[in-house]
Design a protein around this ligand. Structure first.
Ligand code: ATP
Ligand code: MG
Ligand code: MG
Length: 429
């Protein structure tokens, strides 16, 4: 992908926007871009620099993303809405072409990494609650104030606040001078440059090791004490990645969302609106609490991934109302005229609260309260789902301390081997 039209190759110390930003280390990458930690010499802070691939379709997508991010920043001057802030944007010309670049506030690890570092056991319920509040504040802002649908909400696209100031980090500040020196050395090449490269490599490795240890110790992800308090919430995370976001009245894609977080109306092509983000939100909340994705559909003999997905939804949430099962452009592909799936006949129903108790060992109270919060958001009828604003009023989020917090259990055996899909009988056509 590092060829014409693709990613721009970055080395530690590279300069951008006429020397304003200096690349420090790679933070991540996606289908469209690489994202680097960069030092902003003007504001003397660290920022995230998202460098897009240069081919026309990627450049076009970046311009759209910038347009959305500008709208987001414009209505939130105090930066309190749990959505990432765009600081600057420019174009960078390199050997692979002209790359649109976005300068974003520097955030921490994604919720996906947080789930991983918890060894997929699920987070304590009070943490889940706090994170849910943040996501909902972000969604309420996007939906109600801006009319924007994110369309790709998932743990990977929600980032924690970064609590370690790279400049104040004692180890990093010792290594920073090495990492910040432009490649090629001060004397420009030769032996110095080789030594320089070696030192940098070593410094980079040291930094990576330290960060890893911090994450596993749970240091990363704790809000800084000085953090502003907004409505009694420590702001802990932010929604990112607006590459596929759209205005509700200007939709362009029919197939939206990452598979596991996709709403039923999208599968059935029955039209969509803000409530698709609510569906993905509920899937994300479940994953935070249990460590498992809510739905992991697979195709099999005689049925598609889509049909399996619909079957898994119905096993957990009950039968889809006939009306919903017949109105989508693709409904006939999956449902017969009675509203039953054509190829997956016998479903094994396992309601959310029972699943939480039986598989994830939640206490009865925790399971009931969490299910009462989640299940309405997973209504098959999009218009019946509560809005982000309504969810923020739900009693489950008002809890200060749940009386009897979910115990963190060692992963149990059945959790490892009983996939829900194994429980139903599938019949080939
Ligand atoms: P996708 O294929 O998911 O659309 P993308 O190319 O649009 O990817 P992003 O998802 O925006 O890129 O970013 C890629 C990764 O970079 C993220 O998953 C995250 O790890 C990291 N990242 C993005 N923005 C930031 C930020 N503001 N602060 C810190 N890290 C970030
Ligand atoms: Mg992404
Ligand atoms: Mg993207």
């Amino acid at each position: 992908s590092y060829r014409k039209g693709g990613y721009h190759a970055v080395r530690v110390g590279d300069q951008f926007a006429g020397g304003r930003y200096i690349a420090q280390r790679k933070l991540g990458w996606g289908q469209f871009s690489t994202v680097w930690l960069a030092y902003d010499t003007q504001t003397k802070t660290y920022v995230a620099l998202k460098i897009q691939k240069s081919a026309p379709q990627f450049a076009q997508a970046a311009l759209h993303e910038i347009e959305v991010l500008l709208a987001i920043a414009d209505r939130d001057p105090s930066n309190s809405k749990c959505v990432v802030q765009l600081i600057d944007n420019f174009k960078h010309t390199g050997p692979n072409g002209q790359h649109p670049c976005m300068v974003l506030e520097f955030l921490g690890d994604s919720l996906l990494r947080l789930i991983k570092y918890n060894r997929y056991k699920g987070l304590p319920m009070n943490k889940v609650r706090e994170i849910c509040k943040c996501i909902l504040i972000g969604l309420d802002y996007l939906h109600r104030e801006l009319g924007i649908i994110h369309t790709d909400l998932k743990p990977e696209n929600i980032l924690l606040f970064n609590t370690i100031d790279p400049a104040k980090d004692p180890v990093r500040s010792e290594l920073a001078p090495i990492l910040e020196r432009p490649e090629g050395g001060l004397n420009g090449g030769g032996v110095t440059s080789l030594i320089e490269k070696k030192m940098k490599r070593r410094a980079r490795r040291a930094v990576a090791k330290i960060s890893e240890r911090r994450i596993s110790m749970g240091v990363i992800g704790e809000p800084p004490k000085s953090d502003r308090n907004i409505g009694g919430i420590d702001v802990r995370c932010k929604i990112v990645d607006f590459g596929s976001a759209c205005w509700a009245d200007k939709q362009f894609a029919e197939e939206i969302q990452t598979r596991q977080y996709r709403a039923p109306e999208v599968i059935l092509q029955a039209g969509y609106s803000f409530s698709v983000d609510m569906w993905s939100f509920a899937c994300t909340a479940f994953e935070l609490a249990t460590g498992d994705m809510m739905f992991t559909p697979q195709s099999g003999q005689g049925f598609s991934e889509d049909e399996d997905h619909l079957a898994l939804m119905m096993e957990l949430l009950g039968k889809m109302p006939r009306k919903g099962a017949v109105t989508g452009a693709r409904s006939k592909d999956f449902f017969d005229r009675h509203g039953d799936l054509k190829r997956i006949r016998r479903l094994k129903f396992w309601p959310v609260d029972k699943l939480l108790i039986e598989r994830y060992k939640f206490s009865e109270t925790d399971a009931r309260e969490f299910a009462e919060f989640l299940v309405p958001i997973l209504d098959f009828s999009p218009e019946k789902r509560p809005t982000a604003q309504q969810c923020l009023q739900h009693p489950w989020l008002q809890h200060k301390n749940s009386s009897q917090d979910k115990q963190i259990n060692e992963p149990s055996l059945e959790k490892v081997d009983v996939g829900m899909s194994n429980l139903k009988i599938k019949v080939g056509k």
